[in-house]
Design a protein around this ligand. Structure first.
Ligand code: NAP
Length: 259
């Protein structure tokens, strides 16, 4: 049984939908005060309202992780609204498709600026408050794509997700002196609005390649993040948890078996 997150404030980037929304809902259900961050304030408000209607504490903030000043405003407004910041879930990310032959510098920069630089800026903005918290926890949403697997059209995305892990390991060493831990969740294929946009063929192919025979739910990722944010996970830092229904395991298609 994990200690409830009552009185802890959690900033969740990319929380208006998908995995981030699942994290925001799950943390709120465990008693945390949640800052719901997305570029669309209207969509962030919808998530925050839903959480409040279910008895949780949440506030929506407009923020762009690729813009340090924007994230500094989010962090200071969160701290004045809720009295501090204890946990950052650096989750916002994009996964547009472009083959290497068609990829432009703009494609590359857009993905790296959101996914990799956005992780840095989110952390930099929240760090002064996490240092004061004497509890700090940072959970990064990476991916299996990049650190462990590849997919056609996602070389820039895979690079950005692997970059997050390289960043995390050095950050763990820099932040240890403040008693702040940083870890990453590596989701497989999780049913979100973003994933749905990739179309039926993608969804069916991926479901078939998962030994547990289903795509992940946003709660599957949220519970891993919740553990890493818990008091009980305080001695874990610089580590990763793969949450993919076993998708990385089979050595061959035959190894998937018939069941
Ligand atoms: P999603 O459904 O498309 O949701 C993305 C969220 O991020 C939205 O709330 C979006 O809101 C926000 N966002 C995008 N760019 C942003 C920016 N620059 N600043 C602030 N917020 C921003 O995506 P998802 O599937 O939940 O993915 C979330 C994370 O999980 C990503 O980091 C992704 O790489 C990772 N992941 C997902 C899967 C999967 O199967 N779904 C697998 C592995 C890893 P706005 O557009 O309003 O900003």
């Amino acid at each position: 049984m994990l200690t409830p997150l009552k009185d802890k404030t959690v900033v969740v980037t990319g929380a208006s939908k998908g995995i981030g929304k699942g994290i925001a809902r799950t943390f709120a259900a465990k008693g945390a005060k949640v800052a719901v961050v997305a570029r669309s304030l209207t969509k962030a408000e919808e998530t925050a309202t839903e959480i409040r209607e279910n008895g949780g504490v949440a506030h929506a903030f407009e923020g762009n992780v690729a813009d340090l000043e924007s994230m500094k405003s989010v962090a200071s407004e969160t701290a004045s609204t809720f009295g501090g910041i204890d946990v950052l879930c650096a989750n916002a990310g994009i996964f547009p498709n472009a083959t290497i032959e068609e990829m432009t510098g703009e494609h590359w920069d857009q993905v790296m600026n959101t996914n990799a630089r956005g992780t840095l800026f989110s952390l930099q903005a929240c760090l002064p408050f996490l240092k004061k918290a004497e509890y700090g926890r940072i959970i990064v949403t990476s991916s299996i794509t990049g650190p462990a697997t590849g997919n056609v059209g996602w070389s820039h995305y895979g690079a950005s997700k692997a970059a997050q892990l390289g960043f995390m390991r050095s950050a763990a060493l820099e932040l240890a002196r403040y008693n702040i831990t940083i870890n990453a969740v590596m989701p497989g294929n999780i049913m979100t609005e973003g994933l749905e946009g990739l179309g039926d063929h993608y969804l069916n192919t991926m479901t078939a390649s998962v030994p547990l025979k289903r795509l992940g739910s946003v709660e599957d990722i949220a519970y891993a993040a919740l553990f890493l944010a818990s008091r009980e996970a305080g001695y874990i830092t610089g580590q990763t948890i793969i949450v993919d229904g076993g998708q990385l395991l089979p050595e061959s298609l035959e190894a998937m078996g018939q069941n």
